[in-house]
Design a protein around this ligand. Sequence first.
Ligand code: GLU
Length: 296
Amino acid sequence: MNEPTPILRFAPSPNGALHLGHAYSALVNQHMAQALGGHWLLRFEDIDTARCTLRFEADMIEDLRWLGLEWQGEPRRQSQHLDTYREALDSLKSMGLVYPAFLSRSEIKAIVSHQPDWPRDPDGQPHYPGDERSWSDKRISAALEEERRHAWRLNMQAALERVDGPLTWRETGYDGEADTAIIEADPSRWGDVILARSDTPTSYHLSVVIDDAIQGITHVVRGEDLYEATAIHRLLQQLLDLPEPLYHHHRLIRDEQGRKLSKSSHDTSLQALRASGYGAAHIRAKLDLGPYQKSL
Ligand code: GLU
């Protein structure tokens, strides 16, 4: 049987300017795609329509081209595929795995503030303290009819009961195959994650697994800040019967204080670096692609 062509992707959210951390991720994707004899795609994760703009998108394309990067085909824009995500959400609803959660962020905060031992997810956010997961259908319909704002949450316990056997993912080394480790995925640490909101039929977790499947991604190459989230992605892939890609989480580029770069730290934006006279070759050298470079 022929192996499928490796397909990787770089998937920024166009809600600010690309910085050195994004440049590193895009370059790692490009190097790994070349080493594997595959290609990489560009995807704009723009479901947050209040913060994502076409202007940021255009700037990102310019920055990536300036770095000498070329991807295959037209970029995919998540905001153009909301119906696809809605269908996936509907199928999770029909399995009885999703419920509307009506507590606002500040209500959640107030409830857990008196409970120092309240469980928290790997990002430090409290598990959902509401009890809507056990409401009757009648009570849920009545609350929805009142048009109260809500988020659609995955009933984690019910979801895990549907999974056969242990959940794992395959974390690969930098050449995409060597040193593949089987990692045990424990999505229960995340509690009842949000899969959609009343005004957006999806979330990062839901749309990323759908898109990776639709775009035929064989290798998900991204920063290690998303390592723990892979457990949720593997669970959703099982529930929605989606293929399992390989994963590779690369190191993060940090500032001098050791903090993860953010889109608001303007001094490391590629635009600012370019404006101060740095060239693309300097950026590539500064980022030190180390083993990725050697894998070519
Ligand atoms: N859109 C995410 C970000 O900008 C990346 C998601 C992913 O690579 O899975 O951090």
